[in-house]
Design a protein around this ligand. Structure first.
Ligand SMILES: *[C@@H]1O[C@H](CO)[C@@H](O)[C@H](O)[C@H]1NC(C)=O
Ligand SMILES: *[C@@H]1O[C@H](CO)[C@@H](O)[C@H](O)[C@H]1NC(C)=O
Length: 238
């Protein structure tokens, strides 16, 4: 396995692309495209140091800013694991390769870092700062992206992901562990944790977007670095 991946990179370097992570396909052959992308994505998410592609699992994010109307939170130095185990479902690529849509079906995502929070968690006031860990159950993240084609210095066409819109949904309970809420007042902290555990779906709907946007932004940057090494001419069959 490792050997074949290494050989693939040697082939990149020498300009022979038949062994790239993406199998050449006709765009109209959606089954081929889907299979090719599904096979390549986990390898891209692990990271490809030879191509400057950082790891997407774990992801490290210095600051996530959750500036929402009823609750403000920040996560610092957060490590997120689990994206490489997400399954890609309902994949759609349009024929002119300008848009792509899919669902990430993630068995569990784990976030660990430091937090600051102040505001209302749906109905309960909440504030504090300290260490946190979040362990989700199944999560569905629908990703809707526009693609753009750019001319590389090699004269070939490279794809890049221009933007993304997410629609996320927690599908099973989430474990919330926020240390030192209310400066360590246990009763108040227990009440917030109890509420969050009982109302995980509503709590997730309230707070999730800034966090998943920050994660998918990192993953997108990593995938775009990989795409710079792939010429569309070499992976699209006519
Ligand atoms: C947070 O959002 C409000 C508007 O909802 C804005 O006025 C404020 O500047 C934002 N704060 C930061 C730190 O981005
Ligand atoms: C995040 O990590 C950096 C580098 O280790 C450190 O300087 C900073 O204080 C950390 N932030 C928080 C809020 O702990």
């Amino acid at each position: 396995m490792f050997l074949s991946v290494s050989i693939a990179f040697v082939c990149f370097a020498s300009g022979v692309l038949t062994n790239s992570l993406l199998t050449p396909c006709k765009i109209s052959d959606l089954a081929c495209v889907e299979k090719s992308i599904k096979a390549a994505v986990p390898k891209i998410l692990v990271g490809i140091p030879e191509l400057g592609v950082e790891s997407s699992d774990p992801i490290f994010i210095e600051e996530i800013d959750g500036n929402l109307s009823i609750i403000k939170y920040k996560f610092f130095n957060t490590t997120i694991t689990g994206f490489k185990n997400c399954e890609i479902l309902n994949f759609k690529l349009n024929e002119d390769i300008t848009a792509i849509k899919y669902d990430l079906n993630c068995p569990t995502l784990n976030l660990i870092g430091k937090y600051e929070v102040s505001g209302r968690l749906v109905v309960l006031p909440v504030e504090g700062k300290g260490d946190f860990q979040l362990i989700t159950g199944k999560y569905s993240i629908h990703v809707d992206s526009e693609l753009k084609k750019v001319q590389g210095s090699d004269g070939k066409t490279h794809l890049s992901i221009k933007n993304f819109k997410l629609k996320s949904k927690a599908l099973s309970p989430i474990k919330f562990d926020f240390r030192n809420l209310f400066n360590g007042q246990k009763d108040l902290s227990d009440a917030v944790h109890k509420f969050a555990h009982e109302n995980w779906f509503e709590v997730a709907e309230l707070v999730q977007d800034p966090t998943w946007n920050a994660c998918i932004k990192k993953v997108t940057n990593n995938v775009n670095k990989y795409l710079k090494s792939v010429a569309l001419e070499d992976i699209v069959l006519h």
